[in-house]
Design a protein around this ligand. Structure first.
Ligand SMILES: CC(C)(COP(=O)(O)OP(=O)(O)OC[C@H]1O[C@@H](n2cnc3c(N)ncnc32)[C@H](O)[C@@H]1OP(=O)(O)O)[C@@H](O)C(=O)NCCC(=O)NCCS
Length: 199
């Protein structure tokens, strides 16, 4: 099934477009990351106080290339009316072959839009999209157990807690306890809380 899988390009939901980054998204990406630095810095190790437009543009092009090559599926969350970037998310393979039908969802929400339910809406929508138009059998959400907003978003989306990895480490070596929430295709149906109504 995954041999010929062509990744869906976008999910439209009221007011939002969740889609692959593309050529020309660099300015929006740089603005969102720079404006959100204080909000992101604790748990997003890639965040920088001043993200340049050219740097973001190269990043968006790399994301697009990886998407087309089916290596990683990084997504932007765009406000369709304002044509602005309100967050980032994605289905990440984390080094596993596509054939494993495993994806980890990552997410950050623009500081101006955080705490208003957007992260939960996006995660619920990604679970639905992931189990209908994508081939995922298992979708994970991993977070630092001290990241209360991230823990809460997984809970509100109805993802069961599966594991707590003690004294785990991030790729840059920061120690943390990692919580793993996971949703299974076999347990998912449009009627369950896990699926939830599309916001
Ligand atoms: C984590 C994140 C994606 C959540 O998105 P969001 O749009 O803010 O999430 P929501 O508004 O849908 O829900 C946030 C929930 O966390 C709760 N919350 C937020 N900060 C909290 C805190 N410091 N302590 C306890 N609860 C907190 C909110 O009250 C809300 O729960 P409620 O609806 O029961 O009141 C976003 O805050 C973010 O970008 N954080 C920085 C990057 C990050 O940590 N990403 C996750 C990596 S796993």
């Amino acid at each position: 099934m995954t041999d010929v899988m062509l990744p869906p390009d976008q999910l439209l939901m009221d007011g939002l477009a969740i889609r692959s980054y593309d050529v020309g998204d660099g300015a929006a990406h740089a603005e969102a990351v720079t404006a959100s630095y204080d909000h992101l810095k604790e748990y997003m190790e890639w965040a920088k106080p001043r993200q340049g437009v050219a740097e973001s543009e190269l990043l968006c092009r790399r994301f697009r290339a990886q998407y087309l090559l089916r290596q990683d599926f990084v997504l932007g969350v765009f406000d369709r009316r304002a044509a602005s970037l309100v967050g980032g998310t994605g289905f990440h393979l984390r080094g596993r072959p596509l054939a494993t039908q495993y994806a980890e969802v990552g997410m950050w929400i623009h500081a101006q839009h955080a705490g208003c339910g957007l992260g939960t809406r996006v995660l619920v929508a990604l679970l639905r999209w992931g189990f209908t138009e994508w081939p995922w059998e298992r979708i994970e959400w991993r977070c630092d157990e001290d990241n209360a907003a991230s823990v809460r978003v997984a809970e509100k989306a109805g993802m069961p807690l599966e594991a707590r990895l003690r004294n785990d480490a991030t790729p840059t070596g920061r120690r943390r306890n990692t919580l793993i929430y996971a949703a299974q295709r076999s347990e998912w149906s449009p009627g369950t809380r896990l699926a939830g109504p599309l916001p």
